[in-house]
Write a protein that binds this ligand. Structure first.
Ligand code: NAD
Length: 321
């Protein structure tokens, strides 16, 4: 039987690289596209092209001959990066997303998935650490995270327009803090779980690490395997509105540090740097719609996911010497 051909943009990145392997295991033929190769292990994609998707010509080349597109490519990083590179982020990502949508339409792609973010939710709904979980409809009236969040929200709308006006079957998923092995853990683009695992791995048996903010800000975290499973399930569904994908277990950054310290078997004290960016005060995912649409919800506990992540980061740091 002829294999369905999929394109994964951002296949050199964290989620894209995991997705390549997952879809191949499901029997798909996979083309990966990125401006860089995966950093920590070789790609297994049948075809891997180095292309800068900020141009129309490269986007057209990327979609040639594929049936489905998972558009993950983005210039992004943790809070330290997105708060200090707004112009670069909106410039690059709007170009990537518009060219990829238009190229997919012209190539008569059957399905197009866009990876949005919990950063699209309004600031006024995230002012306290014990926030109510965010439902999809809470996105409006809009007051997204300035820069990255607005770009994601705008592209969600562009997906809807391409579906309504041209019949391109689009899907938009709002990720809530995805973490796991093979994710960036240093260099300035890393997110909180990876940064905390790195700091604790480098710490002595009894030590102190720096925490951004007062540690009482809250988030929910989703392990990479659950993220990939959720993405796949969404692409098999007939649901075309934006959908949350995350867990609904709210933890403080302090709790995150304590869990990782427990995994490492170290006694870690916290030194708070209130000058560092913290993002919103609290953010959680309401998974009512996710359960209904996907007939499933994330399965991996924070403790189990962090253990795998910590072990992987420790191994990388040991290799670096
Ligand atoms: P990542 O940074 O590891 O992967 C993104 C990839 O896109 C990188 O490999 C990068 O080189 C590539 N890219 C950037 N500019 C490009 C260009 N001009 N042309 C081609 N490729 C380009 O990030 P990730 O964590 O794997 O995120 C994947 C997607 O999910 C992104 O769209 C991101 O915004 C979204 N997302 C991720 C999270 C998370 O917690 N990781 C949360 C919300 C949304």
């Amino acid at each position: 039987m002829k294999k369905t051909k999929v394109l994964i943009t951002g296949a050199g990145g964290f989620i894209g690289h995991h997705l390549v392997k997952f879809l191949q295991n499901k029997g798909y033929w996979v083309r990966g596209v990125d401006i860089k190769k995966p950093e920590y292990e070789k790609t297994t994609a049948e075809d891997f092209k180095l292309l800068d998707l900020r141009t129309r010509e490269k986007a057209l080349k990327a979609v040639t001959g594929v049936d489905e597109v998972y558009n993950l490519a983005a210039n992004m990083g943790g809070i330290g990066f997105i708060e200090t590179h707004k112009a670069e982020i909106v410039h690059d990502n709007i170009l990537i997303n518009m060219h990829m949508l238009e190229a997919s339409r012209l190539a008569r792609v059957k399905k197009f998935l866009f990876t949005s973010s919990a950063c699209i939710y309004p600031g006024y709904k995230q002012k306290s650490a014990d926030v109510a979980p965010l439902k999809e409809e809470d996105a409006y009236p809009a007051d997204a995270e300035d820069g990255y969040g607005w770009e994601k929200l705008y592209t969600e709308r562009a997906c809807r327009h391409y579906m309504e006006d041209y019949g391109l079957r689009t899907y938009s998923v709002r990720f809530h803090n995805i973490y796991g092995p093979l994710g960036t853990y240093d260099g300035g683009r890393e997110k909180s779980p990876a940064a905390i695992c790195r700091k604790i791995s480098l710490a002595k048996t009894v030590d102190e690490i720096e925490v951004w903010g007062d540690g009482l800000q809250t988030r929910s975290y989703c392990y990479i395997d659950d993220c990939i499973e959720g993405l796949y399930r969404l692409m098999q569904s007939g649901f075309h509105e934006p959908l949350n994908l995350g867990t609904d277990r709210l933890v403080t950054i302090n709790e995150l540090v304590d869990i990782v310290a427990g995994i490492a078997g170290k006694k870690i004290n916290k030194r708070y740097d209130l000058a560092k960016p913290q993002g919103v005060r609290g953010r959680n995912s309401d998974n009512t719609l996710l359960r209904q649409v996907l007939k499933w919800e994330p399965q991996v506990s924070l403790e189990a996911g962090l253990k795998r992540t910590y072990e992987w980061i420790k191994e990388q740091l040991t290799k670096q010497g």
